[in-house]
Design a protein around this ligand. Structure first.
Ligand code: FCB
Length: 472
């Protein structure tokens, strides 16, 4: 079997986020987050659940760290729960909250696992939401205070810092589409929110560099290739528009190119902006946003194929068999991973890229023998890692890869109905059990190499589709 070897020092990791695994929401002085509030609102979460217990990681973190040691990963990407550190959003930091992460970081380092910290993985303190949340420019300052508090405590040991996770989700899903907390549905808000997130990123980056000298500071974006459903000019224009709002709206200003003019023109036409001067941008903001990045964190799950709707706006073409879909309904599209990485390198030249999330939701659970044969997840990882390897060979400065996720967890508005873990979690007993993908990933991490085929035989027929039928 051929093995695709990764460069020495390539960082292999697993990723989680606080809101999705910790639980312990009323413990240790933690305040309420916008996701606590959102989940408590009837009808918001698919299975009516919430994350008050989740994976109970707040109590079981030592056991979870043993799972990582068993996997052999060199890094763990986790997020700090903002309302654990600043329960009321402002004021003196809650030391008990910081103690929790302090102990986690020490124990990770003792196990030879590098902590890769995300400050904001969506759990804004509810107290700040009540003062305008990310719609308000004041939240930029409170984020900096938060970054300061965390870096003052952990900056002597944490060498990798991401400010925000997926600002597109916060701005668009949370403020334009209402599908995420805080559940607002005003498209005009999304750009303002995105700006405040980016501005707070740039300003917090300075704080992190000061408080954690020598560390790498970056941001995590969810990015995807957008393709037109046909070569027709209208469809191509729809693809341009979605690429603009989804990818370039964040990438361009971060890399010093200001906001994309074509997207601004689209928004003016739609009445979401009064004119080409963005009312929420103040002098100096764009320079602050473009603070040098040590790395770009990329979360990759799928691509999007769009056609032009009535007003030329992008409309997603539904993904259906024979395309292979995960339980999220997302197409498995590893080619897009390669394309995206090459494009990022060509168009933006980030000094380093880390894949901060990549993974797939499949519901496979234990069979009669207790084995969890998640062959589709193994195939997903294998194909995406081969694409990552090709990207490195093509010159992309890719330095690490984090599987999403260590554990099945609270998948936001989908509650517990979608399972992304390398470990299966029984949410009634909190038992963790390695899936076949955990064994497979352990082999990859240990060898620093990916086999040219999935070692475990695939059972794609159970999905009613196969590669042979694939029309891509
Ligand atoms: C990403 C999120 C992460 C997880 C995965 C499936 O958008 O960053 O928390 O929910 O999707």
């Amino acid at each position: 079997m051929v093995m695709f070897s990764f460069p020495d020092g390539f960082l292999w990791g697993v990723a989680t986020s606080a809101q999705q695994i910790e639980g312990g929401q009323r413990e240790g002085g933690r305040g309420e987050s916008i996701w606590d509030r959102y989940a408590a609102t009837p009808g918001r979460i698919a299975d009516g659940s919430d994350s008050s217990v989740a994976c109970d990681h707040y109590h079981r973190w030592r056991e979870d760290l043993d799972l990582m040691r068993w996997l052999g990963v060199g890094s763990y990407r986790f997020s700090i729960a903002w309302p654990r550190v600043l329960p009321a959003g402002r004021g003196a930091p809650n030391h008990r909250g910081l103690d929790f992460y302090d102990a986690l970081v020490d124990r990770l380092l003792a196990a030879g696992i590098r902590p890769f910290v995300t400050l904001d993985h969506w759990d804004l303190p509810q107290a700040l939401e009540e003062r305008g949340g990310w719609r308000s420019r004041d939240t930029v300052e409170t984020f900096i205070e938060y970054a300061h508090a965390v870096a003052a405590r952990l900056g002597d040991r944490v060498r990798h810092w991401a400010t925000h996770n997926e600002p597109w989700c916060i701005s668009t899903l949370g403020h334009a589409e209402g599908r995420h907390a805080p559940g607002l549905t005003d498209p005009a808000l999304a750009l303002r929110v995105a700006h405040h997130l980016l501005l707070s990123h740039g300003r917090a980056a300075d704080v992190l560099r000061l408080r954690a000298p020598g560390s790498e500071v970056g941001i995590v974006l969810n990015l995807m290739p957008v393709m037109p459903a046909s070569p027709a000019p209208a469809d191509r224009d729809a693809a341009r528009r979605l690429d603009g709002t989804f990818n370039r709206w964040f990438l361009d200003p971060l890399f010093g190119r200001r906001y994309p003019a074509d997207v601004i023109a689209d928004r003016v036409r739609r009445g979401e902006l009064p004119g080409s001067d963005l009312p929420f941008v103040e002098a100096g903001d764009l320079e602050d946003i473009a603070a040098p990045l040590d790395f770009l964190g990329v979360n990759y799950y799928s691509r999007s194929v769009v056609r032009a709707g009535a007003d030329g706006e992008p409309v997603s073409v539904p993904m259906a068999p024979p395309m292979e879909l995960t339980d999220m309904g997302w197409e498995v599209y590893p080619e897009g991973f390669f394309d995206l990485l090459v494009r990022l390198d060509r168009d933006y030249r980030p000094p380093r890229i880390y894949i901060t999330e990549n993974g797939a939701a499949y519901s496979d659970g234990p069979d009669a023998t207790g084995r969890i044969a998640d062959a589709r997840r193994v195939a997903f990882y294998q194909e995406h890692l081969v694409a990552a390897h090709r990207a490195i060979a093509a010159g992309v400065p890719l330095h690490g890869y984090f599987a999403w996720s260590l554990l099945d967890n609270f998948e936001w508005a989908d509650g517990y109905t979608k399972r992304f873990g390398l470990y299966w979690v029984d949410f009634a007993t909190q038992e963790r059990r390695p899936k076949d993908s955990a064994f497979w990933y352990r082999d990859v991490v240990t060898a620093n190499a990916v086999p040219d085929q999935a070692a475990i035989p695939l059972q794609r027929s159970t999905r009613g589709c196969s590669r042979d039928l694939d029309t891509r």
